[in-house]
Design a binder for this molecule. Sequence first.
Ligand code: ATP
Ligand code: MG
Length: 361
Amino acid sequence: MPQDALLRLEAVSKCFPGGVVGLDSVDLDIEHGEFLSLLGPSGCGKTTNLRVMAGFETPTTGRVVLAGRDITSLRPFDRPVNTVFQDYALFPHMNVAENVGFGLSLRRVPAAEQKKQVAAALDMVGLGDKIRARVAELSGGQRQRVALARAIVCKPRILLLDEPLSALDAHLREYMQMELKRLQSSLGMTFVMVTHDQTEALSISDRIVVMNKGRIEQIASPAALYDRPATRFVAGFIGTMNLLDARFVGRDGALLRYLSGDLPLELSADANALATDGQMHTIGIRPEDLVANPQAGAATAPAKINSIVFHGRALRMHASTAGGAALVIDAPRQAMQPAFDVGDIVHVSQRPGASCVILAA
Ligand SMILES: Nc1ncnc2c1ncn2[C@@H]1O[C@H](COP(=O)(O)OP(=O)(O)OP(=O)(O)O)[C@@H](O)[C@H]1O
Ligand SMILES: [Mg+2]
């Protein structure tokens, strides 16, 4: 691991009273100026992880290190870290401007300067006109944006965001995602964002941490996570992936050849990938990397179409092979010539040039 991580978790575990494991031996390096997302299903430990970083939870074992300094027992308010909580936690007796300006008052920022910064932060979240409103008068999405403005106005070194956009409608959410990304890169701040929305994580993160049952399954860039998920869990969580049991049937230079039932699959392997004849692996292949052909060919397997669903630019077919394997195939709409119908037999092949991945259990 590099020595200059901004924030490092070293073998951090958190056991709650009653024996619930929130975090299980988590190692994580967060770099200066990166946008990192924690992604995973409900209850996998995302909030617990964020609270350990913020100092609201003390790890049962392990260390939290900030720029080389052990801060495991440092109180939240002594850390250069701000948090946007999952439930916003606004001060109900203060109006919007007072909520946003609270941290600046604590830091004794002069009133005129405070006013300017509060207005700028509220403009950023699209609430410039609500500056005098009381918290009780705001909608859920507006409260969430006030919480965001309150956290960014102090420009902390690290901003921890727990589902900061969950209450917003799709349109506003996409706009705020771009605003967050712009803010983070223009200020050079480090953002750690919890989300269970994979599209959100894929669209704004530099790196994504996929969590499962208190553990880290994989840390990778959005593209690497999509193209090369390491485990079945990650493959199933990020986008749609066909998970096929396949038998290794031989090597062809850098290509490994597999058969899943009658369907031939090939993937480019690094030199040290080991496989022996007849060995079974789980192979992951994306729906857009399978082709439904009208005619049989040398490298096709027949499958019956069970359903066809309209997906905008693509049509998604659910099909089953003679061996009983379920396949999901995305066909660009204009490529559906001739048009297929439910009940038709199609001849499925791997799209030329498309790769697939071997997945660990
Ligand atoms: N204070 C607590 N006491 C006991 N158990 C807790 C406590 N906080 C969290 N847990 C448990 O730890 C596990 C992880 O919880 P956590 O809140 O980190 O999940 P999460 O990934 O943020 O989920 P969500 O997406 O639903 O917010 C869960 O099983 C939860 O019930
Ligand atoms: Mg949570």
